[in-house]
Design a binder for this molecule. Structure first.
Ligand SMILES: [Zn+2]
Length: 60
């Protein structure tokens, strides 16, 4: 379970494992694809690569 700031719902919602449709390991991190409560397919990047990119952005 994780939270998602949905632009369609215009709110922060919880996404449950049953809503996840795919996981993909990419160079930029783990891309999680899921169906939000508003029935739109969305993605969120997570994992070590994403954290490193965010740390670089904060340091810059
Ligand atoms: Zn939504």
């Amino acid at each position: 379970m994780f939270d998602n700031n949905c632009q369609v719902c215009a709110s922060r919602v919880l996404i449950f494992p049953s809503q996840v449709t795919s996981l993909a390991n990419t160079h930029d991190g783990i891309v999680v694809t899921f169906t939000c409560w508003c029935d739109t397919e969305q993605t969120q990047v997570t994992g070590n690569a994403d954290r490193a990119a965010r740390a670089d952005a904060v340091a810059a």
